[in-house]
Write a protein that binds this ligand. Structure first.
Ligand code: UDP
Length: 235
């Protein structure tokens, strides 16, 4: 009997398990950018992103941060808690890049004097627009209390990830998180933490080692993902 497919997104498939509170996530090699306009494959990405995510979720767990991670039974797959996802993408930024560069005109790579948190509406139709706290309220996406918790949790995660990556020669420029609630009402970090969802630059050279290599056609995409995996898994 084949497992029931609950959902298929751009980079993942989600399957039901025998436990109604858990799902199995299969990471794909498919890559998309610019709201699905650019499509391609990054060979080996699925296995790397699952491996990196599992490792970083375990790390966060050791710092008492609640995540959906349960187990990584086989390469390319994670067993996770089933969450009702809050339809917000929570972005944390330590340096200027991407849409912040475009929005502000600040030079790419400029260090920010404090970590900037942004919330985007998860809506393909609208193209994931940036929202402020009032927008989040009028859309009933999260209560002011939940929005504040998302922000503080995202900053706590940044405070774990940034110093973990620095001695591995990786600058955590920015990253995107998604959160959700269990049926028991516990807020947990969901989705993934990988070179698809983080900007990671080599400390020595500034070389981009993340999905920007795919977005910007910089070449050696597979090698960059492998390099990030090797550095993150290194003791
Ligand atoms: N990001 C993501 N998924 C998205 C949009 C952004 O994982 O749908 C990540 C992106 O990889 C980067 C951070 O969030 O690490 C900030 O992205 P930004 O707002 O600069 O947008 P982008 O330039 O990536 O479109």
């Amino acid at each position: 009997m084949s497992a029931t497919l609950l959902y298929e997104g751009k980079a993942k498939k989600v399957f039901a398990t025998e436990n109604p509170n858990q799902v199995r996530v299969e990471f794909k090699d498919d890559a998309t950018a610019f709201n699905g306009q650019k499509r391609g494959q990054i060979i080996g990405k699925g296995v790397i992103n699952a491996t990196v995510s599992a490792h970083l979720f375990r790390l966060l767990g050791q710092h008492d941060i609640e995540t959906h991670f349960v187990d990584d039974p086989v390469p390319g797959e994670l067993l996770v808690d089933r969450l009702r996802i809050v339809p917000l993408e929570v972005v944390v930024r330590n340096r200027v890049a991407g849409s912040l560069q475009k929005r502000t005109g600040l030079e790419e790579g400029t260090p920010l004097s404090f970590a900037v948190v942004e919330m985007y509406y998860k809506s393909d139709v609208l193209g994931d627009p940036l929202l402020n706290e009032d927008h989040i309220r009028i859309l009933h996406l999260a209560s002011p209390d939940l929005t504040a918790r998302l922000k503080s949790e995202a900053l706590r995660i940044n405070d774990v990830l940034t110093p973990y990556l620095a001695p591995r020669g990786l600058i955590l420029v920015d990253f995107k998180l998604e959160f959700g609630m269990t049926d028991q009402g516990v807020l947990k970090l969901g989705d993934e933490i990988s070179p698809d969802t983080c900007r990671l630059w080599d400390t020595a050279t500034g070389k981009k080692l993340d999905k920007d290599r795919f977005r910007q056609d910089l070449g050696t995409v597979e090698e960059a993902y492998q390099e990030v995996r090797d550095r993150i898994l290194a003791r």
